[in-house]
Design a protein around this ligand. Sequence first.
Ligand code: XIL
Length: 978
Amino acid sequence: MRTLRALVAAALLCLVPVLPAHAAADITYDFEDGTTQGWGPRGGGVSVAASADAAHGGTSGLLTTGRTATWHGASIAAPFVKGVTYRVTAYARLVTGQPAATIALTVQRTPTGGETTYERVAAAAVTDGEWVRLAGTYLFSADSSDLQLYAESSDATSQYHLDDIVISPQGDPTREPISTDFEDGTAQDWSPRAAATLQPSAGAAHGGSRSLAVTGRSASWDGPAINVLGRMGKGDKYALSVWVRLGPDTAAGRLGLSIERRSAGTTSYERIVPPKDVPAGEWVRLAGTYTLAYDVDFLSVYVESDGGTFPFYLDDFAMTYVAPKPIQTDIPALKDKVPFTMGSALTRPDTLGVHGELLARHFNGITPGNELKWDATEPREGEFAFADGDHLVDFGVRHDMTVRGHTLVWHSQTPAWVFEGPDGAEADKETLLRRLENHVRTLVTRYKDKIAVWDVVNEVIDENQPGGLRRSKWYEIAGLDFVRTAFRVAREADPDAKLFINDYNTEFPRKREALHALVKRLKDEGVPIDGVGHQLHLNIEQPPASYVEDTLERFAPLGVDQQVTELDVSVYTDFVSSYDSISPELLAEQGHRYKELFDVFRRQAAKLSSVTVWGESDDVSWLNTWPIPRLNAPLLFDHDLQAKPAYWAVVDPSKLPPLVRKLEAPAGTVKVDGKRDLQWDLLPDAPIARVGDVSAAFQARSAPDGLYVLAEVTDPTVNVTDRVTFTVDGTAHTVTRFGGSRAAVNRTATGYRVEALVKKGADVDVTVRDRTTTTSWTGKVTAVPAVKLTSAAHRAPVLDGVVEPAWRTAPEIRTATWIQGTSGATARVRSLWSGSTLYVLAQVTDPTLSEESANPWEQDSVEIFVDPGNGKTKGYTDDDGQYRVSFSGRLTVGGTFDAAGVKDNLSAVAKVVPGGYVVEAAIKLPTITPAEGTLLGFDVQVNDATGTARTGAVTWNDSTRRSYLDTSHWGVLRLVRT
Ligand code: XIL
């Protein structure tokens, strides 16, 4: 214990004594030395003295008399240190004859620049009969002056004794776990946010025998909350978990875990676990992590629903500090290993702790992920908010990083007011452009000299629209002028900033062309576009790195700089799958994906000034919540900020684990003549990476006499060493550019084509050689059934449910690949085409029809799958569609991004006939120019419903049950002119 004298001296000398941050020593006032030990009167006429009249321990206490107001009493300059929580205990007793009253210990302080506040620390009902203990905790969290701890009474004239006042700094409260289980029959620190009632209950329990019943909620956000102020440290990460269950008589509901935080008078709400389904009668765990990124004066964790006020139970809450793993300091910095700026997106918490260290070590560029968007910077007209933006930009400037400003104009994360006119009308063009100009000028001017590059406009392309422009509110109201204005004003505000147009999917040929056309047009007009940003949100399978290379090469002649602005590589290829954990094999595969991408970036470095990943580490990736909450790992560092194979792919690919690729070899034969048979066109070629000028792509077909293989080699310079070696289960078969046994070679526009018949086997290596380079593909080849092929005849039918003769000109196929059950409704299917429309007739045999289920795929229906490019991609690209027609003619369409690119393509009629129904559908193909010989990815599925359930499903070709997620196993439809 410190000596009292030293302590008193400290308390008297300064208002906030200097103690070590986590002072371990208790401070005790026992008045045994006959002095007041620093305590003095509060209020006129009050007197405070050491007194032997009454003592709790020892022989002396502190007597307070002469009070005439409730706030009068004994007070001391409180020896509190900022950020430390104190346990305060004291004993109180009234002077004999005084009426019972409440005595309280209170803190008074004046926050810097604010008004004096009074905070109750402890209180108790006290009489003249006995000593009563007062106890409470206090966290001194914000800079303040005039800090006093004092005792007051509800009775203005109470005279009282105090003794044995102890102020104990607590262990670091931000490291102490919190857990509540309600087993003691109390609400254990939980309190309602509004009108809700919280009642410990034996009616349900997750663990033990009790939980907390929550009833009488007044709103979706009303419910149980627990104060965690002082229990989370700034920059620290916490794991939170709670179990919830619906109350009685509640059939369905969604519950989530949120946090309310107030900083400098502003309240913010953040989701720790977005509301999720809680099935009736089940305990569901809400678990997530939260990193506190702000100074706070209020912090509360609560459970809320995303609608409704239904009752629920809560149990076994736990909050624990997650100690960060130190970042690796013995590995090279990314930025030292690449010939361009290496950037990362960041949000506010990323500047703290290990996240801040990782950023500073590896990156020399940053892009604020959300903090410069319109909703963050100008939430209400003319009211700008820059606290978070400034914080991040300053972080970048401090670390000598190139800061990208993202983004001035976007259709998303833009407040509604921007587009609103008077009286609920839409804003007119002039108003909109005036708002735009003011916004752009304000932001660009503010960050002049700090932000080097701006994404002036973001995502304005929609390659599925005539003219290729997204039909955003911006476009609808202002046409292209919003783009022109944004660039003009940005240039005026900061002539030195590089102005970019930014978009996703620019590596796909159609979007690439639409963006190219726009950039060319605007540049020709003189619009000051300096660069094109390619977001590059990719996945583990799609698209091939060569698409990215083609895009970079395509834009370079426009005289624009290019940057990769939002790179990430999702481990998922669709929008619904979710893994519990991500396998090392998948991470290795991802590493190889990153390698082929960085090979492209390095090769194209002269055209590319910067590569930015959309997040520094997997734990902060937006893909953990988008498009659905799921575990993802799309970046270079893992959830603990440790280097992944993807990191090694960038700095030293020799450290990557070897990759074993996979390829299916459908049953089939070809003529080995060096010509590309239709059979090869049913599937895309599997790419073999480009090295130097040499690259290749190959395929295989399995047949009784061996494996037919194809290699399309890009190699512009003819050389005697040019050759392809196919090694199957250890046996090598080499074909040179000039020929080989059981092989044929043919010249192509960019190199040569090899066809060969090699021995059958599973372990395959294909190595392509040039004088100085080799590139290979190594993996497992599996024999699978043939890819089915049918054709569509060239006619236009009338869509009336009547099977007219025109249909008979097309071949008939049947659904016979059962993916659910082994019998039930099936269809005979024919296809026609005309112009850019595909027509499909399905004659379904299904005597009992049902639409009882709410899910369209569980109603009697026909699904038609169309991939206009026959891309056979894992996942859907934006013109791939799943077109469903129920027996009663209900239409539903599936595709990627909410089917945005395909939702208007379908029209159809359905007609019930004896024994079944007939569907005549027309599907528009706006993204291609159909012609004789065009191949479409194509499949048909019949769903057989019985009551509310689907009891059977059958397709034409795809046996994977994944046709609604993945186009790679659909069959092929060929358009013919006959
Ligand atoms: C994302 C952010 O990362 C998320 O935090 C936010 O909820 C949504 O926006 N394309 C863009 C980025 O241009 O602005 C988006 O960022 C990701 C897609």
